[in-house]
Design a protein around this ligand. Sequence first.
Ligand SMILES: Cc1ncc(COP(=O)(O)O)c(C=O)c1O
Length: 404
Amino acid sequence: MTTATLPLEEEVVTIPSSEASALLPTYKRAPMQLVKGEGVELIDSEGKRYLDFASGIAVNALGYGDAGIAQVISEALSTGLIHTSNLYQTAAGEQLAARLIERSFASQVFFCNSGAEANEGAFKFARRWARKTGTDAKVEIIALRGSFHGRLFASLAATDRPSYRAPFRPLAGGVSICERDLRDLDTALDGETVAAVIVEPIQGEGGVRVLDADFLRRLRAMTAEREIALIFDEIQCGLGRTGYFFAYENVGVVPDMLTIAKPLAGGLPMGAVLVSGEIGATIQPGDHGTTFGGGPLVAAVAGYVVDRLSDPSLLKAVRDNGAWLGGQLDTVARRSGKVRAIRGTGYIWGLDVVESANEIVKRGWDEGLLALTAGEHTLRILPPLVMDRDDLMRGVQILERIIG
Ligand SMILES: Cc1ncc(COP(=O)(O)O)c(C=O)c1O
């Protein structure tokens, strides 16, 4: 058994290597062990620093060691209430829901603990609403080609990744995938049988595909006409990543439900479903539930994160720096000749590379950069939203070296 030793001040902790890990091997973990985070950098057990172009997969929008998060956690802990259950009201949950409503189209919010859970909740709310407005046949959920909505049973059925789906068939019934094509959708969207369509305005795992605003507008018109709920999954692209608090704000298309998670509670597990008044009016006690969702500690942290991520100057910096970053990536692509396409906006970008994207990510570890893939030949970068141009440039220079 190989081991790595962490040079912590008080004690030496020995961690088994991944081959001997007691964790189920659902992930191929990188060999380094991250022990610390500072600003936009992570530090491993050997003291090596990594510039973060991944944000823990779009979670750590405020980077590492944010003093405000630490203060909110400490204040929340001082009340002694980490958890109360959803049987009782807490101020933090009510205030957070009120803030999200104030900032959006929604009338009500349901809190849960992850992105997949948020989408599962949205599917249930869609069916609840559809049964009240249509017949018992109005139950189908449609997702799009290239989508990723999670790995629980219904969310997996809405995820277009054959390798994730095949070992677990039969998946949840009544959920299917349609091409990202308005003519196909026109056929698939039967108002008698379809309750909802779920769409990522930017498909993250599916290769950073920014859906065309006109496509989304027409989909909105089609779903409204046929009384089908339109769900936007902004779990990866929402909460500031595009330079708008919600990605839909820049598209000018308002959904009936919206799901968020990842950065919401600063790295603590939290998801949410934002629901229109019409759908909210059909939900009653017992329709859905969660023991932990929206507890006082996570909700307090999320309240702080939502305030920070709604700051107009942060959002403007993400828009401006993001446009500049796109230009830098374009230059790298032209110079290297090994990048086929670049897609993205704000602080979410995908680069289609000739080589295996995974091999490039691994070379990044040697060079002190953490980046991601989105499919076999797409490199994906999701820097913390607080990263400045100097650090973005540093990352771009490393990317240029590792793309080769
Ligand atoms: C768009 C989108 N939806 C849903 C999920 C699932 O979120 P979670 O991993 O928190 O269940 C993800 C995770 O990557 C995502 O990117």
